[in-house]
Write a protein that binds this ligand. Structure first.
Ligand SMILES: Cc1cc2nc3c(=O)[nH]c(=O)nc-3n(C[C@H](O)[C@H](O)[C@H](O)COP(=O)(O)OP(=O)(O)OC[C@H]3O[C@@H](n4cnc5c(N)ncnc54)[C@H](O)[C@@H]3O)c2cc1C
Length: 429
């Protein structure tokens, strides 16, 4: 059959664009489709920080001379945009007790970046290298024909494109992933909505910091996140989760008008709004079927984050090249994928248990949060962004006060028994 390209990539996020750039450099004929019309404005919520913790996602990234160096996976990505170092992280209780996270030195453990710039630069590199990038094009169906994959595309017209191999990099909603049969048996943990906005004129937030606010005075069931924004020294970024019934934009209004933080927002105004909905599936331990490989958030438990998505793209392109040469590249990719991401080697139920119990929703009262946070005040905890390591580190310190909690607050002690059991089984190490 004529007109079969080597590789079709669905989705122009960091995973898809990185696949396209690497694959064309490896000599493949590549088409990428992206449903958005351009990269001029980012509408999808993303805090856009590179995590610098050593060994995070089994990598040691380094930012140097306008390059993101992936020192272990052995590749680099050009990034010429702004950077803001994040040196301190605080979790705050309703009465203002704070848990402080930092690295010694004090070294930055994350760096905010301009995601739009990163994507736009990658997109330009792809176009200059000769990738056939089709914007405003939605992949809406398809099937594997054995020797090739046929994908239905909707742009100005509806048509079909045939490719020897397909990489699905459509993000967390994983629709096409499901259509090709890969969501079968995958547990869906929830479908949260996220609202985020950039605000100017707010007061009282430490520059270069990341803050999470816990308790019903701030939010009925989740933390509210406030961080320095890339948009300017005076700007902050606020991220709030919600559901269809409890919309995050409504919760945001309550937060700035009625929470203990309301005075910080007296003269503030929003300069940009973003949002998204997420499907929180278990990760795919085998992220391929026949000629289709699923990468990035589409295959993850919630998110691989941007640096992880770039790594997925780099390895996916190499896997496709191998497959086209008759080598089992998909299996090699799968081995790398399972080794690199914590969510692939942590029991998902244990993780959800630990993580959601740290998110302290909804079972700890504001008084209990104040009590636990006050126990941790003045003891800096290792500055880490891993959603696996942070809960473990916090619970280890809380549980070091176990006898005190048992004496002073037996009802609370009863609630944290499950975590204590995990600790005794060595699962917080
Ligand atoms: C609130 C929030 C905060 C976050 N904070 C951080 C952070 O601090 N640091 C960090 O690194 N990461 C962060 N992330 C995660 C990060 O955004 C993702 O992990 C990363 O963007 C995943 O990249 P991806 O390429 O797999 O998917 P995406 O970035 O989601 O890209 C998927 C692309 O596919 C396109 N697409 C989807 N379906 C189709 C289709 N059928 N046809 C054509 N195109 C399609 C979409 O339009 C999109 O452009 C955050 C995410 C959220 C929601």
């Amino acid at each position: 059959m004529n007109n079969i390209i080597d590789l079709l990539i669905i989705g122009g996020g960091p995973a898809g664009l990185m696949t396209a750039k690497t694959a064309i450099e490896l000599g493949l004929k590549v088409t990428l489709v992206e449903k958005n019309k351009d990269f001029q404005q980012l509408r999808r919520a993303c805090s856009a920080q590179f995590i610098l913790n050593d060994g995070y996602e089994n990598e040691f990234i380094n930012l140097k001379d306008e390059k993101i160096l992936f020192t272990k996976n052995n590749f680099e990505v050009t990034y010429t945009g702004k950077l803001v170092k994040v040196k301190n992280k605080y979790y705050t209780s309703p009465k203002g007790h704070r848990i402080h996270f930092a690295l010694p030195n004090p070294k930055a453990f994350a760096v905010k970046f301009d995601k739009q710039k990163l994507l736009y630069d990658l997109y330009n590199e792809c176009v200059n290298l000769g990738v056939d990038v089709r914007m405003s094009t939605l992949a809406c169906g398809g099937s594997d024909k054995g020797n090739y994959v046929s994908v239905d595309l909707k742009g100005n017209t509806t048509y079909t494109l045939n490719a020897k191999k397909v990489v699905i990099a459509e993000g967390a909603n994983a629709k096409l992933t499901g259509l090709f049969g890969l969501n079968k048996g995958r547990v869906l943990h929830g479908t949260p909505l996220v609202f985020s906005c950039i605000v100017e004129g707010a007061t009282g937030f430490e520059p270069q910091s990341w803050n999470q606010f816990y308790g019903s005075k701030y939010h009925p069931f989740a933390e509210v996140i406030i961080e320095s924004a890339i948009e300017g020294t005076d700007a902050i970024e606020i991220t709030i989760m919600g559901t269809k019934a409890l919309r995050p934009d409504v919760l945001f209004k309550k937060f700035i008008k009625n929470s203990p933080m309301k005075h910080n927002f007296t003269n503030s105004h929003i300069i940009e709004k973003r949002g998204c909905s997420l499907k929180s599936y278990d990760s795919l331990k085998k992220p391929y079927i026949d000629n289709v490989l699923v990468i990035g958030d589409s295959a993850a438990h919630v998110e691989v984050i941007v640096q992880g998505a770039l790594m997925c793209g780099y390895h996916a392109a190499n896997a496709i090249k191998d497959e086209l040469m008759g080598i089992n590249g998909f299996e090699k990719y799968t081995n790398w994928w399972n080794k690199s991401f914590d969510f692939n080697h942590t029991d998902p139920f244990e993780f959800v248990n630990l993580y959601s119990s740290l998110a302290m929703r909804p079972k700890y009262s504001d008084e209990e949060l104040d009590y636990m946070f006050s126990l941790l005040e003045g003891t800096p905890i290792c500055g880490n962004f891993s959603q696996f390591e942070v809960p473990k580190n916090i619970w280890k310190v809380i549980l070091s006060h176990k006898n005190q909690i048992q004496n002073e607050n037996p009802i609370l002690f009863d609630k944290i028994k499950k975590i204590d059991k995990l600790n005794q089984e060595g699962k917080l190490n």
